[in-house]
Design a protein around this ligand. Structure first.
Ligand code: GUN
Length: 291
């Protein structure tokens, strides 16, 4: 069997068109233009590139973006002051602090300083806390996990009752996506670096979500025939045959797994574009709720 390739690029383009139309209606009805503030600390090339893509995506759907590019050595107090200003700025409906931030800063305190109504990343402890409990509604759900579920839904994959395995337990992806699967009544297993018999546990999955940051770690014989595989990894690997000298691969050995799974997301062009689409969706939702 050769798997269906779930194109995040195509799906995200559809969602961006939906969002663009809603932005126009919001502007026409209220005069309000959704605005995203990005906060980037330091010179990490990958973070710079992600933030650039997010700002470009805002412009394409008619949203404003406000970029704050801050020096590596900024103090905690200064960063908190900038976030407070953004909390009070009525043109800003979403605040994104690109992670990771330098080690001298207290990430927990920074994320808690983002106003709950502007927490479009869904990383505020109250939003994460609500996500982690039954019958509680977070104002925002983190973008990459939300994008993973949206991909399953738009592909017509049933989640309820299925065996879901999440490989990885990060705050940004593994833990929140696990909570979302549980809310959708999947039977859930979370695996990590200490899991024993990892391939055997992964092979139980009807739905497999991989977010470990290790190039092509999941092999073809780890996957149950017919499983749906969502690959969140983006790893650069050396490849002298390419112009840049490297290429992007996921956490899943795509060429092996596509012969076993029933559906799989590619890297690039899978979860990445969906994360940005969900960021736009959250920012628009924030703008709609504001008054
Ligand atoms: N770093 C990696 N993924 C994300 C994300 O979704 N949001 C933020 N703020 N930082 C990230």
């Amino acid at each position: 069997m050769t798997a269906k390739i779930i194109s995040g690029t195509e799906m995200a383009a559809t969602i961006r068109a939906e969002i663009k139309a809603e932005v126009e209606i919001l502007k026409a009805n209220t005069g309000r233009m959704p605005g995203l503030a990005t906060v980037l600390v330091g010179g990490r090339k990958d973070s710079q590139s992600y933030v650039r893509m997010k700002k470009k995506a805002c412009a394409e759907v008619g949203m404003a973006s406000f970029g704050h590019d801050l020096p590596e050595n900024i103090s905690q107090e200064e960063l908190l002051r900038i976030i407070q200003d953004l909390n009070e700025n009525p043109e800003v409906h979403g605040i994104l602090v690109q992670l990771p931030i330098p080690a001298h800063l207290n990430e927990e305190e920074i994320l808690a300083a983002v106003g709950l109504e502007k927490d479009i990343d869904g990383f505020h402890p109250i939003n994460i806390g609500r996500l982690s409990m039954k019958r509680r509604e977070p104002l925002f759900v983190p973008c990459t996990p939300k994008g993973c579920i949206e991909m399953l839904d738009r592909t017509g994959v049933q989640i309820e009752g299925k065996r879901a395995v999440v490989l990885g337990r990060s705050n940004i992806v593994g833990l929140p996506v696990a909570m979302l699967l549980l809310h959708r009544n999947a039977t859930l297993t979370i695996c990590h670096s200490r899991t024993q018999n990892l391939p055997q546990v992964v092979r139980e999955a009807d739905i497999l979500i991989v977010a470990v940051g290790r190039a092509e770690m999941v092999r073809g014989d780890w996957v149950k025939p017919g499983a749906v595989v969502i690959d969140v990894g983006t790893n650069a690997v050396d490849d002298p045959t390419t112009e840049k000298g490297y290429r992007w691969v996921g956490d899943v050995a795509f060429n092996e797994v596509k012969e076993i799974a029933s559906a799989i997301t590619p890297v690039p062009g899978g979860v990445g574009p969906m994360t940005i689409a969900m960021l736009l969706r959250n920012t628009l939702d924030g703008a709609k709720r504001s008054s």
